[in-house]
Design a protein around this ligand. Structure first.
Ligand code: HPA
Length: 283
């Protein structure tokens, strides 16, 4: 049954989570940041941080992936109140889509109207080597799933005189341009491209990657898109950044020099951390 009573209980769960958090912290975040691999250090840099563990938040999905803490970290970065969503959950862990997007609904209900999402991704574009930072300008939903399914929402036809929801951008162009100029001013090289979401957890076949290249995808990964669909539906501004950690299947050397990859990882983490700080400052 996916009807009004379902969405009423979803609202009640959200409200219960908001109340549990409000008993611990009264900060109203401007920006929510969902951290992919490698950005954990940035949450450590939040000043006056208040941590709220996932286990203490009713209905909050807890991550099963090793090394992903499930918690919200409230604090200040560059004088802006932010909340970090640490320990994102993935569709391949078996969560249904509504549950997966719960952290986004929650940070929005707590006051955030901007969402900065980061992830790691495989490079499909032939110039996107490990270490490339890619602003996500568009996506392809190749998991064919949506967190809005079952929420009572249905596509509307255009109503004369109203702005059509169909054409609202998923990624905020103006924010992305500001972020690109922050990167330029810091001397950090960035690219932009289309991210394709696959459910995983197995990595793609070479044939899939060849097909994704033809579809126009530049990078492939197993996250982000459900969060962005939810955020866009709530009217949040979204900025997405992928770190290319490896060539997608069949796009690079069969085996990479591990030390080289680690070195790239370290360098890019530093750049990304500085970049995210700059983006928050200029948001
Ligand atoms: N494929 C899917 N997800 C990923 C990859 C990849 O090659 N690299 C990092 N996340």
């Amino acid at each position: 049954m996916s009807d009004a009573s379902d969405s009423a209980s979803a609202d009640a769960r959200l409200q219960a989570a908001v109340e549990a958090i409000r008993q611990k912290v009264d900060l109203v975040p401007e920006i929510a940041l969902i951290l992919g691999s490698g950005l954990g250090d940035l949450a450590d840099a939040a000043e006056d941080a208040v941590h709220v563990e996932a286990a203490d938040i009713p209905a909050y999905p807890t991550s099963t992936v090793e090394g992903h803490h499930g918690r919200l970290v409230f604090g200040q970065i560059e004088g802006t109140t932010v909340v970090f969503v640490q320990g994102r959950v993935h569709a391949y862990e078996g969560y249904d889509m509504r549950r997966l997007a719960f952290p986004v609904r929650l940070v929005h209900a707590l006051g955030a109207d901007k969402l900065l999402v980061t992830n790691s991704a495989g490079g499909i574009h032939r110039d996107f080597h490990p270490g490339t930072l890619m602003f996500i300008t568009d996506h392809i939903n190749f998991a064919f799933a949506s967190p809005l399914a079952g929420s009572g929402y249905a596509p509307r036809s255009d109503v004369p005189g109203e702005r059509s929801e169909r054409h609202l951008p998923f990624y905020d162009t103006a924010w992305t341009e500001r972020a690109q100029s922050v990167a330029r001013s810091m001397g950090i090289a960035t690219r932009e491209g289309t991210y394709i979401w696959v459910q995983g957890p197995s990595y793609e076949t070479k044939a899939e990657i060849r097909a994704f290249e033809k579809l126009g995808a530049d990078a492939v990964g197993m996250s982000t898109v459900p969060e962005v669909i939810q955020a866009q539906h709530l009217g949040m501004s979204v900025l997405g950044v992928s770190t290319i950690t490896n060539p997608a299947a069949g796009m690079g050397a069969e085996s990479l020099d591990h030390d080289e990859v680690l070195e790239v990882g370290r360098q890019v983490r530093e750049d990304l951390t500085e970049l995210v700080r700059g983006i928050v400052r200029e948001a």
